[in-house]
Design a protein around this ligand. Sequence first.
Ligand code: ADP
Length: 533
Amino acid sequence: MAFREADETEFALATEAPTLNQRRLALLVVAVLFAVFAVTVAVGLTSSFALVQVRNDAFVLVLAALLFVNDLITAALLFGQFSVVRSRALLISANAYLFTGFMAVLFALTFPGQFSLGDFLGAGLQTSAWIYNFWHYGFPIAMIFYAILLGPLPKPPHGSTAIAIAASVMILILLVAALTWLATGGVELLPPLFIDQTHPTPFARVITSTNTLVCLIALVLLYIRRRSVLDLWLTVVLCAWVSELAMLDVLFYSRFTFGFYVGRGFSLVTSVVVLVVLLQEMTQLYARLAHSNSALQRERNNKLMNLEAMAAAIAHEVNQPLSALVTNGAIGLRLLAMPDADRNELRDAFTRIIDDGHRAGDLIASTRAMFRQDRREKSPVNIRDLVVDALAHVRRELESQRVSLQVELPPELPRVVADRLQVQQVFVNLIMNAVEAMAATENRERSLLVSSEVHGARDIVIIVKDSGPGIDPKHIDRIFDAFFTTKARGMGLGLAICRSIIESHGGRLWTAARNPHGSAFYVQLPIGASIGE
Ligand code: ADP
C-alpha cells in the first residue's frame, strides 16, 4: 500500500469539508435556536410574565466568566488552526473570539450594580450598554471580514505565524482599550442608550436594529461562502447572534426580564458551539491521525518483517548447498593430496562443487521470487525424478547419519506442473528435517521412507516418513509457522517455506504422527493434466 504524503492542512478543521451528518446536526441546532426564539417572542408579545424583572447580579458575573473562559479557549484553538492553515480568515475568527471574551468580561464589570456604579473604570450609566453594542457589532463585523477573506488564498510563503498572532492580539488589545475608554471616559461623546438602570432610550432601538442587520449580512455572506466544518458552525453561531439581536429588536425587553435571560442563553450558545465542535472534531482528527500513524507503522513493520524473513529464508535455503559445497571441496582436496587419485573421482567432486554453487545461486533467485510473489516458470515434471534428485543432494547427510533409505515411487507416476527447483527444495527440507530429527535416535534403526499415493485423477501425494522422535503434540499446530523451531540452532523457516511453495502450486502440505514413533509429512500436488498440461 502506498501512502500519499499528507499535507498538514488536510487535518485542519478550517479546511475539512463538513460531512452530511455534521450538516444535519448543524441544521438541527439552528432549528432549536429558531424554535426558542419563536417561543420567547410569542411569550414576550403576549404574556405579562415577560415584563416581570427578576434581578440576579450573580448571573451576569457567572455568565461573563463562562463566556470569557470559553471564548479564550476557542480563540486559542483557532490560533492553533491558523498556525497550520495560515489563512487570514482564521486569524480574524480567533481574534473575534478573543474580542467577545474581553467584551463579555467588560460588560459584566461595568454592568450597573455589579461594582458600585461609576467606580469601575469610571463606568457610568451608559457604559455597559455601549460595551454590549461594541461586543455585538464587533463579532458580526469580524465575521463579514472572515467570510470575505475565505477562499483559496495562497499560503504566505514567509513570515512566522507566532509574530502574526502576537501582532493581531496587540492590535485587538489596543482596540478593546480604545472602546473601553470610549464607553467610560469618552461616553459623553456617544448618545445615551439608557434612561435609568433598566430602561433603554429610543435611540437604543436604532442601534439594535442596525446591529441585527449587520449580523444578518454576516450570516448570509458566510452561508454563501462557507466550505469547511468551521464555516458551517460559525454560520450556526451567527444564527444564534441574529436570534439574540432580533429578539431584542422585537421585544425590546428590559434588563432582568424573561427576554434578557433568554438573550444571555443565546450568548452562551454562541460561545459554546464552536468550542464544542472544535474539541469534538479535534478528538476525531486525532483518532484518525493516530489510526493512520499506526497503519503507517504496521506497513513499515511489514516491510521490515518481509525483508527480515526473506534474508532468513535465503540463509536457510542456501545453507544446505553451501555445506554440500564445503564437503565436496574437502573431498576434492583429499583426492588431490593422494598420489594415485582417480581423476574421474576428482572430476566428479569438482562437478558437484560447481553444481552446488549453481544451486545456491538458483535458490537465492527462487526465494526472492517467492517473496516478490513472482510467477516463475512452471513446467510438467516427473515427480519421481525430482524426489530422486532431492535425495542425491542430501546423500552425504543420509550416509553420515546412517539413515536407511527406502524409495517407493513407481516410475509411471503422473507428472505435476511445477517450479522444479522450488518443489525439489521442499523435499530437501523435509528430508533434512527427518535426518536431523533422527540424529537423536540411538536405540532403533534410522529409516527414511519416501512413498506416493495417487488420489483419483486429481492429486498426487508424496509422503516422507521417518523413524525419529515424532512431533511433540503441543507443537503440532505451530511447526508450519515462520520462525517456530525447537532446535537450538534452528531458524524455524523450513516448513513455512515448504508450505508456501506447495500452496503456490495449488497443493497442500501437512503432517501426522506415525505409530509407534516417527513422523510423516504429506505433500499433495495437483496432477499436471488437471491443470492443463
Ligand atoms: P527448523 O528446522 O529450523 O527448526 P522447520 O520449520 O523446518 O524449522 O521445523 C520446525 C520444527 O518442526 C522443528 O524445530 C521441529 O521441532 C519440528 N519438525 C520438523 N520436522 C520434523 C520431523 N521430521 N520430526 C520431528 N520434528 C520435526
